[in-house]
Design a protein around this ligand. Structure first.
Ligand code: SAH
Ligand code: SF4
Ligand code: F3S
Length: 479
């Protein structure tokens, strides 16, 4: 998953400066301005599910004659798909709004819309606080965009933040926005029914609901037919995916969905994220083992290695349970890589409890982790029940210790791969040199290797690893 793709916008004053800070400009495909059409510009923040939602939004807007553009100044509608997961994520969006304000000052006809989790969290407050915002649209209300945009075009200030128990956008074919034409994301469920005490997602995304499996398989098949070679199935907790046909009683769980997707074609790789330690079953692990094309990589966020803290976090597993899940992975999938999310300095965390996080990282030998200092979110269980009592400098120091350990673990993990040969799906030119390609192996490690005549993105190659850093494997095509 992608977290906080923060462009650095400190001190940005002009539009040109702003453009340089925007990830969006780097990632958006070359799309010209099409005469006669209206244009929208969209920036996305937060997790991969938000990026996936922006592709649904693009599809809905396409139906009312709006084409995507990457030229902010030429757009008629500026949208920002926001994230509330940590305070910093929200600060980034507020800085972007300052930039949009500059554009609106030049061209008052431009409409600005806030979408996603921050829209949901702050609801109508946006219209009171930010005079430039014309639209506030929550994650379950994107079907209402044509109506809301119509209202905004007539000068209204429009809000729809209703959450739904049913909406999955299953019938909407996403417009792939920042695509390399090789890898794509498919949302298989929405919302979250867990109540991790630190987390804002259940409030911003609503109740968990699973998408009908045949629509997921159809979307994956369509991607494969268009030349894509990898799909990542997305959900906040994919292991609780659950579907039942109300008429026939036919059922599918996540392992079944994985199996169906993997059967589309042996050349279509299947990945997924995120797994929840309390729900990840051996059935899923056996399904992974049964299909070569289901990637041997599991993102299994631990959050903390201490059972008392896990209890306060309401994660509903303890240290022993997590270690047992790790042992199951090693037994059933000896080649698998596992990554994690970690929070430091959660309410009342002691030094010894922090040490438990370091030791579970060593036990689990994560290939990679996303690591965060605890950020209190208004309205969450933790904000209501516990004092955010760990001083910022202590949270940061613990975070640095976690990061330092993870760097060592990642390097060790990667060094063990030197000499091995992996099947790699070529994704694109390496960001360092256009003489090299890059692509990932089954374990989700980025491999960089010199190009060879005739090879192109979307093809599989065997790469022998010659060297490694903590972030990348370096190799050569063999065979
Ligand atoms: N559904 C996923 C997590 C989604 S949020 C899961 O349950 O694992 C992504 C990550 O952000 C979380 O795993 C957690 O590590 C981090 N996170 C969430 N809320 C946070 C907060 N209030 N402060 C710091 N990090 C947080
Ligand atoms: Fe948040 Fe927990 Fe749900 Fe993940 S499982 S989205 S951390 S509430
Ligand atoms: Fe952020 Fe919402 Fe995703 S809060 S992490 S964009 S679900």
């Amino acid at each position: 998953m992608l977290y906080d793709t923060n462009p650095t916008l400190e001190g940005v004053k002009t539009i040109d400066e702003a453009k340089q800070g925007s990830v969006f400009f780097k990632e958006f495909p070359a799309m010209g301005n099409t005469p006669g059409l209206k244009h929208f510009y969209i920036e996305s923040y937060g997790c991969q599910m938000n990026f996936s939602d922006s592709e649904i939004v693009a599809s809905i807007l396409g139906d009312i004659g709006y084409a995507p553009t990457r030229i902010m100044e030429e757009s008629d509608l500026i949208l920002v798909n926001t994230c509330s997961i940590r305070e910093k994520a929200e600060e980034t969006v507020r800085k972007r709004l300052k930039v949009f304000e500059l554009i609106k000052r030049e061209r008052p006809g431009v409409k600005v819309g806030v979408l996603g989790c921050m829209a949901e969290r702050l609801k109508k407050k946006w219209l009171e606080e930010e005079k430039l915002v014309d639209l506030v649209v929550g994650p379950d209300a994107y079907r209402d965009l044509p109506n809301l945009i119509g209202g905004a075009e007539e000068g209204g200030r429009m809000v729809n933040v209703l959450l739904s128990r049913e909406e999955t956008y299953a019938d909407i074919s996403p417009v792939r926005l920042d695509s390399n034409g090789v890898t794509a994301f498919i949302s298989i469920m929405r919302g979250c029914d867990n109540m991790c005490s630190f987390c804002v997602v259940p409030f911003t995304r609503g109740r968990e609901r699973s998408r009908e499996p045949f629509s997921v398989v159809a979307e994956a098949q369509d991607l494969f037919d268009k030349g894509y070679r990898e799909v990542t199935l997305l959900g906040q907790n994919v292991d609780s995916y659950k579907w039942e046909n109300p008429e026939s009683g036919e059922k599918a769980d996540f392992a079944d969905l994985l199996d169906m997707t993997a059967r589309i074609h042996p050349d279509l790789r299947v990945r997924f994220s995120t797994s929840h330690p309390k729900d990840m079953t051996d059935k899923v692990l056996h399904t992974m083992a049964a299909h070569e094309n289901i990637c041997k990589y599991i993102h299994l966020p631990v959050q903390s290695g201490n059972s008392r803290i896990l209890d306060l976090m309401n994660r509903t597993y303890d240290r022993d349970w997590y270690m047992d899940r790790m042992r199951s992975i090693w037994n059933i999938l000896p080649d698998a890589a596992v990554s994690s999310d970690i929070i430091t300095g959660f309410c009342t965390e002691t030094e010894e409890e922090h040490q438990d996080t370091l030791s579970i990282m060593e036990f689990s030998k994560y290939s990679m982790s996303y690591m965060f200092a605890y950020s209190e979110r208004p309205g969450t269980l933790a904000a209501r029940k516990f004092a955010d009592d760990i001083p910022e400098d202590v949270k940061k120091r613990r975070l640095n210790e976690v990061i330092r350990l993870q760097n060592t673990l990642s390097l060790q993990h990667n060094q063990k791969d030197i000499g091995k040969t992996f099947k790699v799906l070529i994704e694109r030119d390496s960001s360092r040199s256009d003489k090299d390609f890059c692509g990932r192996n089954s374990q989700n490690k980025m491999c960089v290797f010199p190009k060879k005549e005739g090879l192109k993105p979307g093809e599989y190659v065997l790469v022998q690893i010659k060297d490694a850093t903590s972030a990348t494997l370096l190799g050569e095509v063999v065979g």
